[in-house]
Design a protein around this ligand. Sequence first.
Ligand code: PGA
Length: 252
Amino acid sequence: MARRKLLMGNWKMNKTSAEAKEFAVAAKPLAKEARAAHVDLGVAPTYLSLATTRKYAAKTMIVAAQNCHFKESGAYTGEVSIPMLKEFGINWVILGHSERRAYDNETSEKCNAKIKALIANDMVPLYCVGETLAEFEAGRTKEVVGEQVRKGLEGLSEEDAKNLVVAYEPVWSIGTGKNASTEIAQDVCHFIRTVLKECVGKSANKIRILYGGSVKPENIKAYLSCPDVDGALVGGASLKIESYTELLRNIK
Ligand code: PGA
C-alpha cells in the first residue's frame, strides 16, 4: 500500500516570526513541485510563529506545533492547549522529541495522553521515538524503541491510529552529523511497523514512519529508498530555504 512521502522540518527554538514568514513566502513555489512528486511538505515552528507561518504557507506546507498539553485548559503555567492550536488552524503536533524527553520530562506516558487528546480532536500526532547512544551501544535499540511505541500508543484502536505518524530518531544522530546507516534505519523502522501491527492492527500499514537524525540533501534519497521509511524529520537542514528545497528535490 502506497504511503505518501513526508518531508517535515523541525525548526526547534529557531526563527523569529519575521524569519518564519520569510521562509514561508519563499517556500510558496515548492507547492507545485511537491504535489507533482507526491510529497507532503511540513514545518514545525515555535508556538509564536505558528500563526504567521500558517498564514503564508497554508497552501504549501503542513504547519505543526512542537508540543501541546493534553488538558483543554487550566492551571498549567507556560503550556498551550489543543483548542488554542486548533483556533489557529494547526492540526499537527510533534510529540516525544528526544530533546523534550531529555530536558522537559516528556515521557511516553505523557505522550500517550497527548496522542489520545489529539486524536479526539481529529488532529495528527507525530510521535518521536529513539534510543540514546548508551542504549544503542548496549544493543538495546529495539527494547527501548519498542517500549516507547507500546506505551505511547496504549489504548488506541485501529481506527484511532489511522492518521498517526511516527518518527524514528536515534538520539545519537540528532544534530551530530553521525548518521544511522540506511540498514539501521530500515531495520528499526521495519521493527516499529511490526510493533505498530501488534498495537493497532491493520492501521500499521497506513502509518507513515519517518527517519530523523542528521538528514541532509546528500543522504535523504538513500533513507527514502528504504521500504519502511516514508519520509524524514529534519532539523538543521530544514532551516534554510535553499537546503529545504534541495531536500525536496532529492527525495524525488
Ligand atoms: P537534525 O535534527 O536533522 O538537526 O539532526 C533532527 C531532529 O531533531 O528532528
